[in-house]
Ligand binder design. Structure first.
Ligand code: PLP
Length: 350
């Protein structure tokens, strides 16, 4: 059996742990701790009642109409996907071929490299400055670079590149830039309106984090209509099912739910940052629904293991050339307090 050499050579993306059942306090994959809008369950029940005999709308028109109104773009500027990871896959397949390159900052979302490698392409990772700003030469790409990925806010740092800077980068780039706004709803600023100013800018969004629908799988991209036409040729015909289209449409329609939940998470985030700093951790001010905490001199893998043994799961990360850190999702205040209490005990006994 011969697989393509680039597939044989890669190790495959490893998602964060997803323990099923149990009573773990799960702060490792940036899920929303609150229950989605009640309109979601109603919408799913309606579709189930109608039966699932027919294929879904291939382009999720109902969602695009409502999302377009909310975001201030026409529906033909939107394409939907089976989670925003599906969007990232479609974009990579559309723009990047064998032997070519994508560029992304480092440390950032690990999936970008996997997507490049599946195409037989390279991922050129440009290190962030120590303060998580982009280096001056970020837009200076080589001849083979076909796509730039920018997670914004970034993971694991939770930091934001301001839209003005994203626009300047796009103006200097010869290739498209995908601004991955999986955490955009938690940030002070976003790049949606820039899509109208520069045809190379595309913005992806996820319903998984801010709308509490990680189990549903729904995301979308905003790009100029001639780009959407090309992306639509690459996606699976029915990449979103009837249940997810109805549920995501109901979720985005409930903007009151979003603003309440966002306000709660942002308030909890501020509290979490202050208390982690009081425990001696170095905390990066976050624009997302997680915080990145380091503790130079303290072996954090050990701290992660002890937290896990006591029922609190966070994400331990050790990026080449960076202090190891813990990325902790902003859960409910009770979950955060449980995490902080354990950290206090663990750090004092080390
Ligand atoms: C969670 C995440 C995604 C994927 O979101 P889904 O819509 O669940 O596929 C994409 N990019 C980043 C940076 C993420 O953290």
């Amino acid at each position: 059996m011969t697989v393509r050499p680039n597939i044989a050579a890669m190790s495959g993306y490893v998602p964060g742990e997803q323990p099923q059942g149990g009573k773990l306090i799960k702060l490792n994959t940036n899920e929303n701790p609150y229950v989605a809008s009640a309109a979601v369950a109603t919408a799913i029940q309606r579709v189930v009642g109608e039966g699932l005999r027919r294929y879904p709308d291939p382009t999720a028109t109902a969602f695009r109409l409502r999302a377009g109104e909310i975001l201030g773009v026409e529906p033909d500027w939107i394409m939907c996907g089976n989670g925003s990871d599906d969007i990232l896959t479609i974009v990579t397949r559309t723009f990047v071929g064998e032997g070519q390159q994508i560029r992304s900052p480092y440390p950032s979302y690990v999936l970008y490299k996997t997507l490049a490698n599946i195409q037989g392409a390279d991922c050129e990772r440009i290190r962030f400055n120590a303060d998580w700003t982009l280096p001056e030469n970020f837009a200076e790409v080589g001849d083979e670079t076909r796509l730039v990925f920018l997670a914004n806010p970034n993971s694991p740092s939770g930091t934001l590149v301001r839209p003005e800077e994203v626009l300047q980068i796009a103006e200097r780039l010869p290739c498209p830039i995908l601004v991955d706004e999986a955490y955009g709803d938690f940030a002070e600023a976003n790049c949606i309106s820039l899509v109208k100013e520069n045809p190379r800018i595309m913005v992806s969004r996820s319903m998984s984090k801010s709308y509490a629908l990680a189990g549903l799988r729904f995301g979308f991209i905003v790009a100029q209509p001639n780009v959407i036409v090309e992306l639509n040729k690459v996606k699976d015909s029915y990449n979103c099912d009837a249940l997810s289209i109805a549920a995501a449409t109901a979720a985005i329609d409930d903007q009151a739910w979003l603003s309440n939940t966002r306000a709660q998470i942002i308030a909890s985030r501020g509290r979490f940052e202050i208390k982690l700093a009081q425990l001696g951790l170095t905390v990066q001010p976050s624009q997302a629904n997680f915080v990145w905490a380091t503790y130079p001199g303290m072996p954090l893998q050990n701290v992660y293991e002890q937290l896990k043994a006591s029922g609190v799961l966070v994400r331990y990360m050790d990026y080449d050339g960076w202090d190891e850190g813990l990325r902790c999702t902003v859960g409910t205040d009770d979950q955060i307090d449980a995490c902080l209490e354990l950290l206090k005990q663990i750090l004092h006994s080390n």
